[in-house]
Design a protein around this ligand. Structure first.
Ligand code: AMO
Length: 436
């Protein structure tokens, strides 16, 4: 049976082992001795091939190219001659997959191909440990999040991504043929996470794909992304939602720091900053003043531009030494109809979360009172036909609730200081890219 290379470290010298993996390098020391580095994704180890142990099978290595995949049996040997202090003395080998030579991109850590080219050859790009690390961190961010949410009695849901009407705004929706009629790809699980609250769950979360037909070519937008959505019942203030989010993020960041400190230092030369709580809270009105003081244009009753977000990020770093800031009290004019309004009807009980100058979250307390919700919807939408089902969720009783949506890829992009969200998206989709 195959053993993971990482687990060989715990075995005694002389143990009989069987490993599989890619050949990273081959050093040919003549007809009777060859060294290889084998990588199975868990770790790497030196495989030492001697003619007196392997017989004629050693000759197969004359023709083998790096990136081929081997199955190797042998004896574990502690030795100062290998970097890790351990090698496998090979007694048998089988070529499981023979690689062509002349890779279309350079996957060594020294030379970098362009992002476009690397994305065209994503599977090869991922063989670079630096790139692989991004997705390991992404995966553990989701794992830690699930752990946190389950411990707080949230139920994980999987809502449909095919809808009869747009879930957020009509402009950004992808239309698809659905038998005799049209359907739309979900821009967010917004309506369905609220439906689950109306269904009586204490809280729900969903981690799944969402689709945005935005023709934007920025370094932080893609047309499909994994969204992490949370909705919690019996929330009476928007402050409760922000507290939930900041505590969850502090938990995941310290978990990631514990798991990845060493590798992040080695491969990226960075450390994860565990955020101090509470994050600063700045109202939109205050933020506009701050942003203007950095010489950046800011229109009243509108959202911050991406330069505005960057300026705010700089401000909170300088003044509060914080990477995070909650931007609160958004004007009603720039928020969707389902956000709850404050006593001052021009302001909503909503927020964005900015991390290192980039928006990673939108959240709010929701309007759960049927009559008020219908009247808010009438103010914003030309007619209520497309959202009848949604409005019905609130007709027969619904707890007060609030929640947020976050882009994990944006979090990881900012955490690692990557310069494009596509680096942290396994298979990015944008107006020009539908492959691989
Ligand atoms: P919003 O539309 O702001 O809110 O989306 C939530 C978060 O998702 C990220 N995001 C994107 N990431 C990559 N590419 C895109 N094109 C893109 N668009 C948005 C941002 C944003 O903060 N229903 C609400 C959430 C809620 O209120 O619960 C919603 O979807 O980081």
């Amino acid at each position: 049976m195959r053993q993971r290379i990482k687990e060989l470290q715990g075995l005694k010298s002389e143990a009989q082992v069987c490993i599989c993996g890619f050949i990273k390098t081959v050093r040919n020391k003549g007809k009777n001795l060859k060294f290889m580095i084998i990588d199975d994704g868990s770790s790497q180890i030196q495989a030492t091939c001697l003619r007196n142990l392997l017989g004629e099978k050693i000759d197969a290595l004359d023709k083998i190219s790096v990136n081929s995949v081997l199955k190797i049996s042998g004896t574990l040997n502690r030795t100062d001659l290998s970097k890790s202090g351990t090698e496998v003395l090979v007694t048998d080998l089988e070529v499981l997959s023979s690689a062509h030579t002349g890779l279309p991109i350079d996957i060594s850590e020294e030379l970098e191909s362009s992002l476009e080219k690397r994305l065209n050859w994503r599977h090869l790009d991922l063989r670079n440990p630096k790139k692989k690390l991004i997705f390991r961190i992404f995966s553990d961010f989701l794992k830690l999040s699930r752990e946190y949410f389950y411990a707080r009695h949230l139920t994980e849901i999987s809502s449909s991504k095919l809808m009869a009407a747009a879930s957020e705004s009509g402009a950004q929706v992808f239309q698809v043929n659905y038998f005799e009629r049209k359907a739309f790809l979900a821009q967010s699980p917004q309506f369905y996470k609220q439906m689950a609250i109306a269904g009586g769950f204490e809280g729900v979360f969903e981690i799944g794909p969402v689709f945005r037909a935005e023709p934007s070519f920025t370094s932080r937008h893609t047309t499909e992304f994994t969204s992490l959505d949370v909705e919690i019942a019996y929330v009476e203030t928007v402050e409760e939602v922000m507290c939930f989010e900041e505590q969850w993020l502090a938990f995941t960041f310290s978990g990631l720091k514990e798991l990845y400190s060493k590798q992040l230092e080695e491969l990226y030369g960075i450390q994860i900053n565990i955020p101090e709580l509470p994050f600063p809270r700045i109202s939109m009105t205050q933020a506009q003043g701050i942003v203007k003081s950095y010489g950046i244009e800011c229109l009243e009753n509108s959202d911050l531009s991406s330069d505005g977000e960057k300026a705010l990020g700089r401000y909170v770093k300088e003044v509060f030494n914080s990477d995070f800031v909650f931007l609160t009290d958004f004007p009603w004019s720039v928020r969707p109809f389902y956000h709850m309004r404050s006593e001052n009807k021009q302001i909503t009980k909503s927020f964005d979360l900015i991390y290192c100058g980039t928006e990673i979250t939108t959240g709010a307390q929701r309007e759960h009172r049927y009559d008020i919700l219908c009247s808010q919807a009438s103010e914003k939408l030309p007619d209520l036909k497309g959202i009848e089902d949604y409005l019905n969720f609130f007709k027969y009783g619904c707890p007060p609730h609030g929640g947020f949506g976050l882009s994990p890829a944006r979090v990881i992009t900012c955490m690692l200081g990557l310069d494009n969200i596509r680096e942290a998206t396994l298979l990015p989709r944008d107006p020009k890219r539908l492959t691989p």
